[in-house]
Design a protein around this ligand. Structure first.
Ligand SMILES: [Zn+2]
Length: 203
């Protein structure tokens, strides 16, 4: 390689390397994105870099529901129009985005940040179950909707939570089975997700 070009090439190589670590980005896509950014106006690349850093520096977890937020509590927890008698349990913050997009659910959320998975060594203490049980202590919740993913880990987690919550006398429901087994909530389309919320069943 031409020594003069070496630093530039190294920078592109590093960019391709970092981009290819992103989920869903293979080496080919990483290359295409890197060369796109190379040609893009400097302001555009700057805004992208800034947005990435800003997410890392400013975003934290809601002290109530563990959704992502840039203040102590998230927009949903702060919204007094929301139905505070319902809590929908999801695995990841992006699941909230998918459910909110349907516009049908008006209650609160609780983000577990994972699912119980004995094979991957994730136990009940490794996700935000303790915090959920604390939230349920004051008796203001009438219904807990288990919206964990319709796959093995999600089902195991839903089962575990159901056993834990039912004795409190709180109604426990699970999203309807319209969702194909083995998928993840964030990839479900609005229609399927709306049907799943409307058709939720006692669990
Ligand atoms: Zn919140």
């Amino acid at each position: 390689m031409n020594q003069e070009l070496r630093p530039t090439a190294e920078a592109i190589y590093q960019l391709i390397l970092e981009l290819s670590k992103l989920p869903g980005i293979g080496p080919k896509s990483a290359q295409r994105l890197a060369y796109y950014l190379l040609r893009a106006p400097e302001e555009q690349a700057g805004r992208l870099a800034e947005a990435i850093l800003s997410v890392k520096q400013k975003i934290r977890l809601c002290s109530v529901c563990f959704n992502v937020t840039d203040s102590d509590t998230c927009l949903i927890c702060r919204n007094d129009q929301r139905d505070r008698s319902k809590i929908c349990i999801v695995e990841q913050p992006q699941d909230i985005l998918a459910l909110e997009h349907t516009g049908i659910y008006k209650g609160l959320y609780h983000v577990l940040h994972g699912a119980i998975s004995p094979t991957e060594g994730v136990g009940a203490d490794d996700i935000r179950i303790k915090e959920l049980m604390q939230r349920l202590q004051d008796g203001s919740t009438d219904e807990v909707i288990l919206a964990t993913n319709p796959n093995l880990e999600g089902e195991q987690t839903a089962m575990y939570l159901s056993h834990l919550i039912s004795p409190l006398g709180t109604r426990v429901t699970r999203l309807a089975r319209g969702l194909p087994f083995g998928t993840e909530l964030e990839y479900a389309d609005d229609v399927t997700l709306t049907q799943a919320i409307e058709g939720r069943q006692e669990f």
